[in-house]
Design a binder for this molecule. Sequence first.
Ligand code: SF4
Ligand code: MSK
Length: 621
Amino acid sequence: MDAPEKALVEEKAKQERVVATAFERAQELLPCPFGASGTCCRACFMGPCRVREDGRVGVCGATAASIAAKNFARMVAAGASAHSDHGREVVLLFLAAARGEAPGYEIRDERKLHMLARALGIDPQGKAKRELAVEVGERLLADFGRQEGELSLLSRAPERRQERWRRLRIAPRGVDREVVEMLHRTSIGVDQDPVNILMQAARTALADGWGGSMIATELQDILFGTPEPLRAKVDLGVLQEDQVNIIVHGHEPQLPELLIQAVEDPELLELARKRGASGINLAGICCTANEILMRHGIPIAGSFLYQELAIMTGAVDVMVVDVQCVMPSLPTVASCFHTQIITTSEKAKIPGADHLPFQHDNALETAKEIVRRAIENFPNRGPVDIPKGTIDLIAGFSHETVNYILGGRYRATYRPLNDAVIDGRIRGVVGVVGCNNPRVNSGYVHTTLIRELIAHNILVLTTGCGAITAAKAELLVPEAAELAGSGLREVCEAVGIPPVLHMGSCVDNSRLLVAATEMVKIGGLGDDISEVPVAGAAPEWMSEKAVAIGHYFVASGVPVAFGVGFPTLGSETASRFLFEGIEELVGGKWIYEPDPVEMARRLIEEIEKRRKALKLQDAYS
Ligand code: SF4
Ligand code: MSK
């Protein structure tokens, strides 16, 4: 077929093809009830075995309880590996930057570098910035392959928590070790005791929260700057009809940090003008978006469920993706428009997408090439239909800035927050995090839960796609304090913050662990995270990463609620342990509740239970 003929065929195919999105596919594909409830085992090829808790067992004799526990544990292992492999890449780039082997990257936050060094027991005195960074990077890199002992950052947790983990033998040794052991223990014919399996899942999850994820967050802050509150915009309206639009999507901020430089390159701006565009516009989807929103105010086009919809505006010239939450459907959707999908990680190629590998030593060149391709694609646009309007949000509430906002830069402290919780103006703190899911009334579930919580004087911390969803509902602006109960509203107005604080991406849930630990250390709210009036929720979860996050919060002493469905419901034994039995051991537990109003009620009940145990005042209740 010659070129003009090929172009004609492609054009025809383009016109005839109906674009299907995750929303349609979710309606067409009904989940298998055994898979959804956790009792389908695929661990060997005598199966797959689909069992129920009625005495029926798998070919090998495995019960529904052990199969559900194993499936849950494997989700934790996969989720932990995703965050941790992200963390590993960050350490490797951090070390390359410190050694001067990554042009374009620099150690930006020296203050935080010193703080982290001290947390690791490294004395920063008299050490040059790069020398110290190499020492810190090497120490943290060793945590991935550590075989004995404990992860370095575990020492940040309250003493009582650390003791409890040791007593239960769930203090993680090395990140990779826990994930490998989890996979081993859940392969055919190994660990069959649901409690034993779920406790190793706790150790694996802790290796994520206090290991891989925390390492990613801390080093990203030092490398790219610790976020501070800033105003930005969200929604598809951030796409510009008259500009070249580049969307970054996925989870890793390494390349997007340099794309921010590349879109300001004078030669590329000139090229864009020559191709008829008035400028180059960078926007984001999912957690890569959250990363560069938090540090640079780059606008957000939408959450996980918006990746296909953004392409359907016809205005996206390039969508550049890295790892995690990137739908394999993107090249198919893009083939109906002019959008180029570019993958950049060796770990994540998608048939139908172009691949431009990102490496530390050529990052800026890769970033410029991506921008160049977007510019060259701009004239190929067909009809453009960008929904009008954007919504303002405030993002950038890192643990450090919350400290400064509450206490001032020179006496940074959570004391005012603790005092507000102690005197009852704020009843407690809930992290509302996680994905969007097309199987529920997406957006409504998140925002209904958040509105209920703030109305009951509960400060909400948010990350990931939950944060983007909250932003779209105008909940991340100080004016949203009008929706809060009188006590929370008073605090928000006094400090000038929204009642819902955007704290970053999925790996940044580790900031919530640090915040909860800080509340313990400041005093007046118990000696362990399990005593502080805090809770967590992922009301629209879908990713294995959400299961890992939830389980590390539970294992850190926090009650965590999931909506949508719960992946062990096919076994009452496994579910009862996660909903009840585990609380006696770790002080946190799982809650399953699909209705957001009822979920809020149950979380508030947990908060009030803790307040009562601490004998806190009842003002503003
Ligand atoms: Fe079936 Fe047992 Fe094999 Fe699982 S491990 S598929 S339950 S035979
Ligand atoms: S991106 S894990 S859909 S929050 Fe972190 Fe969003 Fe969930 Fe992916």
